[in-house]
Ligand binder design. Structure first.
Ligand SMILES: NC(=O)c1ccc[n+]([C@@H]2O[C@H](COP(=O)([O-])OP(=O)(O)OC[C@H]3O[C@@H](n4cnc5c(N)ncnc54)[C@H](O)[C@@H]3O)[C@@H](O)[C@H]2O)c1
Length: 333
C-alpha cells in the first residue's frame, strides 16, 4: 500500500500534479484533499485506467485523507499575484501549513512530506517546528520543493546554448527558493558553459533563473503563478523519492531545501552550519530508503557564485527566523 495525499489537490498546481501522479504504478492510493472541489477532481481522475484508487476529501475530512499516508505533497495555499512577493504570502500560507503539519503529526507522523506552498524558505521551518512540538520530527523526511528552479535552469541554459539538452542536463541549485536566495551553480555545467558567457549574459541568465516565477506571474496577469511547470517539477520530485523509498532505487539526486539535521554526521554540513548559522538550506541530496541518504558536499564555487551565496545566506536567515517565530508566537503550548 503506497498512499500519496495531495493537500490543495483542486488548485492550479494540485490538479495537474494529481493527474501526473495518477500515471504512476508506484502509487496504490491517491487521496485528494482540498477545502473546495476535491470530490469532483477525484471522481474525474478515478476514471483513468491506471491501478491506483483515487479518493476525494473535503474541508472536514483532512484526518481521513491523511491517515496511513506514505507521502504527503502540499501545494495548498494562496499563489502570488502581480506586485506580491513570496513573503507577502507568508501570513496566509503560514497558517495553512501549520494546520496541515498538525494533521500530519496526528494522522501520519512517519510520512514523507513535500512542501510546495510558498514561501518555502519559511513554510518548511514552520512544518518542521510543528512536527518537533509533537515529538515526531524526522529531518530526513521533510522536503521543500525547489525543483522548479532546477527545471528552469536546465531549460534557460539550453536557450543560451542550443547544444545543451535540457532534458538530460541537471543544474545544481543551492540556497533557498525565492529570488536572491536561489543560487544556480552554473560553473558546474560541463563543457566550459560559463566560460563561454559574457559577464552580461551570466548576470541575465542568473537573474532569469532567480526571478523566473515573475515571468509567469506577469504573463498570467492576475490569474496566479506557475502551476503547470510546478506540477511537472513536483511530480518529478515525488516520483524520484518514491523510486528510492518504495522501489529501493539508490543514487538518485535532486536539489531540495531541507533541515540540515537530515545528515547529522556529515562533517562538511557541520562546517557549513558553523560558518553560516543556517539550519535549513537547499543543496543536492541523495535519496535512500529513509528519505535523505546524504547531503552532498557543496562543490567549489566560482567567486561570482560565492558572492551570490553570501547574499542568499543573509536573506535565508531572516526567512527561517520568520518561520520559526511564527510557530512560537502562534501555537498553543
Ligand atoms: N515551490 C514552488 O516552486 C512553487 C511554485 C509555484 C507556486 N507555489 C505555491 O504553491 C501554492 C499553491 O499555488 P496554486 O497556484 O496551486 O494556488 P491555487 O489557489 O490555484 O490552489 C491552492 C489550493 O489550495 C487549497 N487550499 C487552501 N487552503 C487549504 C487548506 N487549509 N487545506 C487544503 N487545501 C487548501 C485551495 O482551495 C486551492 O484549491 C501557493 O502557495 C504558491 O505560491 C510554489
Amino acid at each position: 500500500m503506497v498512499k500519496v495525499v495531495i493537500c490543495g489537490a483542486a488548485g492550479g498546481i494540485g490538479q495537474p500534479l494529481s493527474l501526473l501522479l495518477k500515471q504512476s504504478n508506484l502509487i496504490t492510493h491517491l487521496a485528494l484533499f482540498d477545502v473546495v472541489n476535491a470530490p469532483g477532481v477525484a471522481a474525474d481522475l478515478s476514471h483513468i485506467n491506471t491501478k491506483s484508487k483515487v479518493t476525494g476529501h473535503g474541508k472536514e475530512e483532512m484526518d481521513e485523507a491523511l491517515q496511513g499516508a506514505h507521502t504527503v505533497v502540499i501545494p495548498a495555499g494562496v499563489p502570488r499575484k502581480p506586485g506580491m512577493t513570496r513573503d507577502d504570502l507568508f501570513k496566509i500560507n503560514a497558517g495553512i501549513v501549520r494546520d496541515l503539519a498538525t494533521g500530519v503529526a496526528n494522522n501520519c507522523p512517519g510520512a514523507f512530506v513535500l512542501v510546495i506552498s510558498n514561501p518555502v524558505n519559511s513554510t518548511v521551518p514552520i512544518f518542521c517546528e510543528i512536527l518537533k512540538k509533537h515529538g515526531v520530527f524526522n529531518p530526513k523526511k521533510v522536503f521543500g520543493i525547489s525543483t522548479l528552479d532546477v527545471v528552469r535552469s536546465s531549460k534557460f541554459i539550453s536557450e543560451v546554448n542550443t547544444s545543451i539538452d535540457p532534458s538530460t542536463t541537471r543544474v545544481t541549485v543551492v540556497g533557498g527558493h525565492s529570488g536572491a536566495t536561489i543560487v544556480p551553480l552554473l560553473s558546474q555545467i560541463p563543457g566550459g558553459f560559463v566560460g563561454s558567457l559574457s559577464q552580461d549574459q551570466l548576470d541575465t541568465l542568473t537573474h532569469r533563473i532567480q526571478y523566473g516565477g515573475d515571468e509567469v506571474v506577469k504573463a498570467k496577469d492576475g490569474a496566479g503563478s506557475a502551476t503547470l511547470s510546478m506540477a511537472y517539477a513536483g511530480a518529478r520530485f515525488t516520483l524520484t523519492l518514491l523510486q528510492a523509498t518504495v522501489s529501493g532505487q539508490r543514487g538518485s539526486v535532486e536539489s531540495t531545501y531541507v533541515n540540515l539535521d537530515a545528515d547529522l554526521t556529515n562533517e562538511s554540513v557541520k562546517a557549513f552550519r558553523n560558518r553560516t548559522g543556517l539550519d535549513y538550506f537547499a543543496q543536492d541530496v541523495e535519496f535512500g530508503p529513509d528519505g535523505v541518504e546524504k547531503i552532498l558536499d557543496l562543490p567549489t564555487l566560482s567567486s561570482y557564485e560565492q558572492k551570490l551565496l553570501e547574499t542568499a545566506i543573509a536573506e535565508l536567515k531572516t526567512n527561517i527566523d520568520k518561520g520559526t517565530s511564527f510557530v512560537t508566537e502562534n501555537t498553543i503550548a
